[in-house]
Design a protein around this ligand. Structure first.
Ligand SMILES: Cc1cc2nc3c(=O)[nH]c(=O)nc-3n(C[C@H](O)[C@H](O)[C@H](O)COP(=O)(O)OP(=O)(O)OC[C@H]3O[C@@H](n4cnc5c(N)ncnc54)[C@H](O)[C@@H]3O)c2cc1C
Ligand code: SF4
Length: 446
């Protein structure tokens, strides 16, 4: 499959059934064990194999409200497919492709798979409409709670709408899956940023609990000379610009020009591939460690390489150069490790005599994301860690305030969509438990 077709449907009904028919119906399916959001592939694949397509769709959507998006974007090779027993015979079952097919089949046939289990319960506020907030909202709404999501940006979806490039996830697909959340009666307030102390205010206004799913939207800094030059930016601004009306302006800065991206994760690859598709003359990806330590998923790295990017591993940028305030090039130097066998970042040293320079017109930092400074102190009673994340209890979602929960990237740091769904579901369970127990005398979520 050409990488640029990853946002397109991959299976038809017969292909999906044929793939499911290779499944061994494991007794305690490793695939189900390895899905953080408990989407339960073992069950939906068995149902599909028996041609119970509606049952299969029902299993996915009731376990994971973002089942279509996870099917398309999860790194399945290191999750559900990793321990698949079919690998012992030939190759693992293509679980992500089957999952995505089933969700789309449900939409195309107008099948309303989601079962509502309760009505008329209390009001809960959700801050942020990324995967964590959406999953928490859907789970609570299914169980009869009245949910309001407060979203700071103009539209819902978090990174799904404002980060992941369109060639991997088109906006229509995201919007269709979001419809399933709002069809449960979830209210959405957009351009409604919650400020410092806002979570406490929501509780005092009558919301019975608050879920914080604000993600990580502040790029890590790279303090090198020239960082203030025109055409020097970061991955978040670049990718958000590409998905919110600045794509033509950005394309005009990149077409026919040389671009350098610094970083070695999947986000750096997304940026590099996007620049290549915009018609850049040359795209360099500069990463301080070796190919072996590169954190990017193999599929994302392969896609970038298929677009002829130039990898400069074991290399750091030392200076950005400019003329009249505009970027014209960079200086860098190669790196190595102090001693053989210890490839940790701390042991990395620059190698004298390996200095180099490149002519580049556009530079993107993609070296990690942190919580926004402005999101510290959303509640006076919730403890923020020095790295900006919200401190949680052992369950990963409770905070020092019994009625405030957190999940997704805001608690974990940059992670995965399926882990944000996991946290959203877990927080919803805790909220329901606490509210039920309080009615009969109180108790915390454990
Ligand atoms: C470019 C990119 C590509 C990625 N690709 C993949 C992938 O292919 N597969 C995968 O599994 N993961 C991927 N990820 C990671 C994944 O997208 C995140 O782990 C996931 O989106 C986290 O969900 P979240 O709900 O915690 O936060 P987010 O998706 O970040 O959503 C947080 C929301 O909260 C809002 N918000 C923030 N502060 C406030 C406030 N004070 N008041 C109101 N609203 C607020 C934000 O506007 C945003 O809408 C990618 C990440 C990036 C950056
Ligand atoms: S692990 Fe593989 S073979 Fe076993 S149930 Fe899951 S998909 Fe089927």
């Amino acid at each position: 499959m050409n990488g640029l077709e990853r946002d397109k449907k991959v299976y038809g009904v017969l292909q999906a059934i044929s793939e499911a028919s290779r499944c061994l119906n494991c007794h305690e399916p490793p695939c189900s064990r390895d899905c953080p959001a408990d989407t339960d592939p073992g069950t939906f694949i068995r149902k599909l194999k028996l041609k119970n397509i509606k049952g299969a769709v029902r299993t996915i959507k009731n376990n994971n409200i973002l089942g279509g998006i996870c099917g398309a974007l999860c790194p399945t090779e290191r999750l559900c497919m990793k321990g698949c027993s079919a690998s012992g015979i030939d190759r693992p079952i293509e679980i992500g492709k089957i999952q995505r097919f089933l969700v789309e089949y449900g939409w195309e046939t107008g099948f309303d798979a989601i079962q509502k289990k309760g009505f008329g319960k209390g009001r809960i506020a959700v801050i942020g409409s990324g995967p964590a907030g959406l999953a928490c909202a859907a789970e609570l709404a299914k169980n009869g709670y009245g949910i309001t999501i407060f979203e700071g940006r103009e539209e819902a979806g978090g990174v799904l709408r404002y980060g992941v490039p369109k060639f991997r996830m088109n906006t229509e697909f995201v919007e269709r899956e979001l419809e399933d959340v709002f069809a449960l009666g979830v209210e959405l307030k957009t351009s409604a940023r919650i400020e410092r102390g806002g979570a406490d205010r929501l509780l005092s206004e009558g919301f019975e609990a608050v879920f914080i799913g604000t993600g990580t939207w502040s790029p890590a800094r790279l303090d090198i000379p020239g960082s203030g030059l025109v055409n020097v930016t970061d991955s978040q601004k670049f990718l958000e610009g590409m998905r919110s009306g600045k794509d033509i302006e950005l394309a005009s800065k990149i077409r026919g020009k040389n671009v350098a991206v610094v970083g070695g994760g999947s986000v750096a690859m997304d940026v590099a591939t996007t620049c290549a598709t915009l018609g850049a003359n040359k795209v360099y990806v500069i990463y301080r460690r070796s190919l072996r330590e590169m954190p990017a998923d193999e599929e994302d790295l392969d896609l970038a390489l298929a677009h002829n990017i130039t990898l400069r591993t074991q290399s750091v940028v030392t200076d950005l150069l400019g003329e009249d305030g505009v970027l014209t090039g960079l200086k860098g130097i190669e790196t190595d490790w102090k001693s053989l066998g210890d490839h940790s970042a701390a042991k990395l040293v620059t190698v004298p005599g390996t200095e180099y320079s490149l002519k580049v017109d556009f530079f993107v930092r993609a070296i990690g994301m942190r919580s926004e400074e402005a999101n510290k102190g959303l509640s006076g009673l919730v403890e923020d860690l020095p790295n900006g994340l919200v401190k949680t209890g052992d369950d990963g979602v409770s905070t020092t305030n019994k009625r405030i929960f957190v999940g997704g990237d805001a608690a974990r740091g940059p992670a995965l969509i399926v882990q944000a769904v996991q946290d959203g579901k877990k927080a919803a369970e805790c909220i329901m438990k606490i509210l039920e127990e309080n009615k009969s005398g109180g108790g915390a979520c454990e």
